[in-house]
Ligand binder design. Structure first.
Ligand code: IFM
Length: 453
C-alpha cells in the first residue's frame, strides 16, 4: 500500500487524565475526589488498587514531557484535577495546584507540544458529591466557578479546552450502571447528572472564551456506531434505542436539538421518570447547552452490536454472537471501519465545525521481552487500521484536525485498576520506569512523516 499523507497542520498527540496518572492524591493541599473515595472503598476496583500513586506523574512530569518530545508528539491532552484547584470544590483556591498545572503547561510549550486541557475527566471533589454531586444542579454552578479559576490562570497559554470528557460515563455509567464513582444505580439520577454535565458544558463555553482569548473550546463524547445482526423490526428498534441512549442523548442537545423525543418517551414509558417528565430541565437550559463549540472531541474504541431483549425488556441487550472475534484485552471488538462510519455520520448529520479524535487506542498486556522491548504489534496494527479509516473519512470531507492516541502510558483503568494496559509507553509500577513500546516508535515515524503506510 502506498503512503497516506495527512494534511500539513494535522496534529498528532496522545492523551491521559489526572486521576489515571498523577498519584499524589493528598499532596500540596489537594482535596479528596470521588475517585479517591470510590477506589478506597473495598470491592469497587477489580484488583483492589487505587490511584494514590498511579504513574507518579505529579513528580515525574518533566521526564514525561521529555519522553513526549522524544516521540515527536505535537500535542498532549491531559486533564486537571478539580480538587487540586479547589479542594472543597468551591471557595478557597489552592495555589499549589494551579502552580503544578502552570509548570506543566510551560514545560509542554517549551518542548513545542500544544496542550489540550480537559477540565473534567471524572475526579469531582468529594465535597461537591457530599452536596448531591452531579444529580444536583449545584454541581453545574460549582463547575463554572472552577472553570473560571482555571481558565483565568492558564488561559493565556492554553488555547485548546475541552469542558467534559465522556459525559455518558460521568452521568450514566456512574449513576445508572454504578460501575464508576460514585457508584449509584439509579436511572433518574443518571439522567439528571447527565443533564447537569451538559448544562455546565454550555455555561462554561463563554467563560472560557472570556478568559482565554482566541481559544478553541469543545466537548469530548464517547460515541459508537450501533448495529445489529438480523435486521428484524425489533432489532432495528433496539439499534435506535441504544443509539439514543449512548449517542443522540448527548449529541442532540450539544447541537441544538434538545433531547431526542423518542428517548424521552421511552424513558417515560419505562417508568424511569418519577414525575413523568424531565423535571430537572429549567427554561433556558437547552439554549445554554447548545453553545457554539469550535470542535467536537470524539473518543472511539469500538462499535456496539445489539439486539432486542429476548426477555421482552424495554431496552436492548448486547449481541456478542454477531460481533467479530478479534478483541482487545478489554473485550472490545476491533472494528476500524466503525471509526469511518462514525466520523461520516457526525459530519453529515451534526456538522461540527471541526473534529479531533481525542481518544483511540487499545488495551493489550504485552510486557517487555527478553530483549527488554515491548513488541505490541497488535496495538500498532490497531492504530494503523484506525489511522487509515480516519484518512478515508477526511477524503470524503470530514473536518478532522488531529488524533490523540489513548494513552501516552499504561495507567489506572478505573474499575479495572491496573489490569489493563492502554499505553504506548510501558510503565513498571514498582520502579516507575517507562519503556516506549514498539507502537510508540512506530507512531514516532508516522508523526515524522505525517503519513501512514
Ligand atoms: O481510560 C479511559 C479514559 O479515561 C476514558 N475513555 C476510555 C478510556 C479506556 O477505557
Amino acid at each position: 500500500m502506498s503512503k497516506l499523507h495527512f494534511p500539513e497542520k494535522f496534529l498528532w498527540g496522545s492523551a491521559t487524565s489526572s486521576y489515571q496518572i498523577e498519584g499524589a492524591w493528598q499532596e500540596d493541599g489537594k482535596g479528596e475526589s470521588i475517585w479517591d473515595r470510590f477506589a478506597h472503598t473495598p470491592g469497587k476496583i477489580i484488583d483492589g488498587s487505587n490511584g494514590d500513586v498511579a504513574c507518579d506523574h505529579y513528580h515525574r512530569w518533566r521526564d514525561d514531557i521529555a519522553l513526549m518530545k522524544e516521540l515527536g508528539l505535537q500535542a498532549y491532552r491531559f486533564s486537571i484535577a478539580w480538587p487540586r484547584i479547589l479542594p472543597q470544590g468551591v471557595g478557597v483556591v489552592n495555589q499549589k495546584g494551579i502552580d503544578f498545572y502552570s509548570r506543566l503547561v510551560d514545560g509542554l510549550l517549551e518542548a513545542g507540544i500544544t496542550p489540550f486541557v480537559t477540565l473534567y475527566h471524572w475526579d469531582l471533589p468529594q465535597a461537591i458529591q457530599d452536596r448531591g454531586g452531579w444529580p444536583n444542579r449545584f454541581a453545574a454552578e460549582a463547575f463554572i466557578e472552577y472553570t473560571d479559576v482555571v481558565t483565568r490562570a492558564l488561559g493565556d497559554r492554553v488555547k485548546h479546552w475541552i469542558t467534559h470528557n465522556e459525559p455518558w460515563c460521568a452521568g450514566l455509567l456512574s449513576h445508572q450502571i454504578g460501575e464508576h464513582a460514585p457508584g449509584w444505580q439509579d436511572w433518574y439520577a443518571g439522567l439528571a447528572a447527565s443533564h447537569h454535565l451538559l448544562l455546565s458544558h454550555g455555561w462554561a463555553v463563554p467563560v472560557i472564551h472570556r478568559n482565554s482569548s482566541d481559544a478553541e473550546v469543545g466537548i469530548t463524547l464517547n460515541l459508537y456506531p450501533i448495529t445489529t445482526g438480523e435486521r428484524t423490526s425489533e432489532n432495528l428498534t433496539a439499534v435506535r434505542l441504544y443509539d439514543g441512549y449512548f449517542n443522540r442523548w448527548f449529541l442532540d442537545p450539544v447541537y441544538g436539538r434538545r433531547y431526542p423525543a423518542d428517548m424521552v418517551e421511552a424513558y417515560r414509558k419505562a417508568g424511569l421518570l418519577p414525575a413523568g417528565e424531565l423535571d430537572f430541565v429549567v427554561e433556558g437550559d437547552f439554549e445554554a447547552m447548545a453553545a457554539y463549540t469550535d470542535f467536537l472531541g470524539v473518543n472511539y474504541y469500538s462499535r456496539s452490536v445489539v439486539k432486542a431483549d429476548p426477555k421482552g425488556g424495554p431496552f436492548p441487550v448486547g449481541d456478542e454472537e454477531n460481533a467479530t472475534l478479534e478483541r482487545t484485552d478489554m473485550g472490545w471488538e476491533v472494528y476500524p471501519q466503525g471509526l469511518y462510519e462514525l466520523l461520516c455520520r457526525l459530519h453529515f448529520e451534526y456538522q461540527p465545525a471541526k473534529i479531533y479524535i481525542t481518544e483511540n487506542g487499545a488495551s493489550y498486556a504485552d510486557a517487555p521481552g527478553v530483549d527488554g522491548k515491548v513488541h505490541d504489534t497488535r496495538r500498532r496494527d490497531y492504530l494503523r487500521g484506525h489511522f487509515i479509516k480516519a484518512h478515508e473519512a477526511m477524503a470524503v470531507g470530514v473536518p478532522l484536525a488531529g488524533y490523540f492516541v489513548w494513552s501516552l502510558m499504561d495507567n489506572f483503568e478505573w474499575a479495572r485498576g491496573y489490569t489493563q494496559r492502554f499505553g504506548i509507553v510501558w510503565v513498571d509500577y514498582e520502579t516507575q520506569v517507562r519503556i516506549p513500546k514498539e507502537s510508540a516508535r512506530w507512531l514516532q515515524q508516522v508523526i515524522a512523516q505525517n503519513a501512514v503506510e
